[in-house]
Design a protein around this ligand. Structure first.
Ligand SMILES: [Zn+2]
Ligand SMILES: [Zn+2]
Length: 241
């Protein structure tokens, strides 16, 4: 097996997922790209993972945005700030078929999952509306879930949720308009309801912006019988990040 891996490596050398420089390991980042990812370490918001100034006094730290829009989930985290190289790679994952990037980020996301200290979590991706899923051919959030599940050896349920209607392009909307647009837009699939009962769910998406999508999905999961919900995003957008 090792010989085969060496042969494959010789034909297809491992590259940095950020700049394509040669590396010893696949699906990783070189030191320079790692430093440009804006990985969030240190003090962060309890609900969204946005980086915060200062030091913790041991209590729960919450960003201004999560104070303005109370969250229905228990705890949240984001792997990196949405900007620079991370923004470039998120867009490549979503729109340019760079599906392998989900695996490149799985280690960082798995370590964020560990920080929740939740027993036997069930990973669930935020769904795309079926037309968008059909035209893109994959759901980037589902790819992220598969990467984390493999890395952290936890359960996943890829088809737990569905979008029951198309939502407008959110980037032109205010936060309040996003919450209105997403209210009731995500439902639990009937066949998934028994699998969610009394489970600790970890919702996964590529970008956390207003939290409206995560709120809609969390409310649907709690109504369907989930025990508790956590949220995990690859990147945190917004002024705090
Ligand atoms: Zn690199
Ligand atoms: Zn927050």
């Amino acid at each position: 097996m090792r010989l085969l891996q060496s042969a494959v490596r010789w034909i297809y050398p491992a590259e940095c997922s950020g700049c394509h420089d040669l590396m010893s390991e696949e699906f990783g980042f070189c030191g320079k790209c790692w430093s440009e990812l804006g990985v969030i370490i240190g003090l962060a918001c309890h609900f969204c993972g946005a980086p915060l100034e200062g030091h913790s006094d041991g209590g729960v730290e919450v960003c201004d945005h999560c104070l303005a829009y109370p969250r229905p989930w228990l705890r949240g985290a984001s792997a990196a700030r949405y900007g620079g190289l991370t923004r470039t790679l998120v867009l490549a994952l979503k729109y340019s078929d760079r599906t392998e990037l989900a695996r490149s980020f799985s280690g960082i996301l798995a370590s964020k999952l560990t920080s929740f200290d939740v027993q036997d979590p069930l990973l669930v991706p935020i769904p795309l509306f079926w037309k968008r899923r059909w035209s893109r051919r994959y759901n980037q959030a589902a790819l992220l879930v598969q990467g984390i599940a493999e890395k952290a050896r936890v359960d996943m349920q890829l088809d737990a949720l569905q979008r029951v209607r198309s939502t407008p392009i959110l980037k032109d909307l205010s936060d309040a308009e996003r919450f209105t647009a997403l209210d009731g837009a995500i439902k639990v699939m009937d066949q998934a309801i028994p699998k969610l009962q009394s489970r600790s769910i970890v919702l996964v998406d590529d970008v956390f912006t207003s939290g409206a999508t995560f709120s809609s999905a969390t409310n649907a999961l709690l109504s369907a019988g989930a025990k508790e919900v956590f949220v995990l995003a690859l990147a945190r957008a917004g002024k705090n990040a």
